[in-house]
Design a protein around this ligand. Sequence first.
Ligand code: 13P
Ligand code: ZN
Length: 271
Amino acid sequence: MYNILEAPFLREVCGAAANLYRLGWDERNGGNISVRLDRELAGRYLSGAVRSRTELGFDVSPLAGELFLVTGSGKYFKNVADCPQNNLGILRIGEDGHTLELLWGFEDGGRPTSELPTHLLNHMERMAVDPEQRVVVHSHPTNTVAMTFVHPLEERTFTRTLWRMSTECIVVFPEGIGVLPWMVCGNLEIGQATAAKIRETRAVIWAAHGVFGVGKDLDEAFGLIETVEKAAEIYMKIGEHAILQSITDQELSSLCAAFGITPRAGYLEFV
Ligand code: 13P
Ligand code: ZN
């Protein structure tokens, strides 16, 4: 059996947590990460013994037997790399589709992130769209959150503003951005509401809270969040200034044509 502390999937999560902390997007215990592991690869690092079983309280049968590396609830991202065995855990979804089996980690008695319902339901939705999608990241990027106080939350309007803030946005998220109004977090209800959106948009913003981004790997999910946050930062920076010019719908349309991208139908004025 290989040393799990050297496993590439574990090192990548440690790196992402450290970066998110340094960016100032995941203060204190803010943010959480889950990675659906390649079962064969993960098996080389695990004894297979189940340390504990808990009832999930909802059904995720399509994920039965899947392994997830997840951050712990109340754990600080700044500490993940120094002590992965306390701050991270590897869980398997039981064959019944609603039991959590702890295979590794949370050694100081921790438990998975409180946003586990949203993570698991997002994995379920994205797996159905694309089996290669393995990563869900939740973060509290400052400008993205700030924008939800001063910009209408209607998704088309919100998406169009982001698209116009930075040229690469429409290329990175041509399907647009999902936005949820403020809700109580850490429960199944917000998980279901997020998952219903993540089917169509790979990033979903929670007003006055943060964002969820998904991707095939950490680079993709993190990169999506970075792109949203960069556009939100530009929006917040120019907020007080008179805007003299911006990217027009005609220009966004030519950009899509140049990159072979189809923007969300009806989002551009004349497409
Ligand atoms: P956890 O510490 O339970 O992961 O919660 C952090 C968070 O961002 C809640 O939305
Ligand atoms: Zn949060």
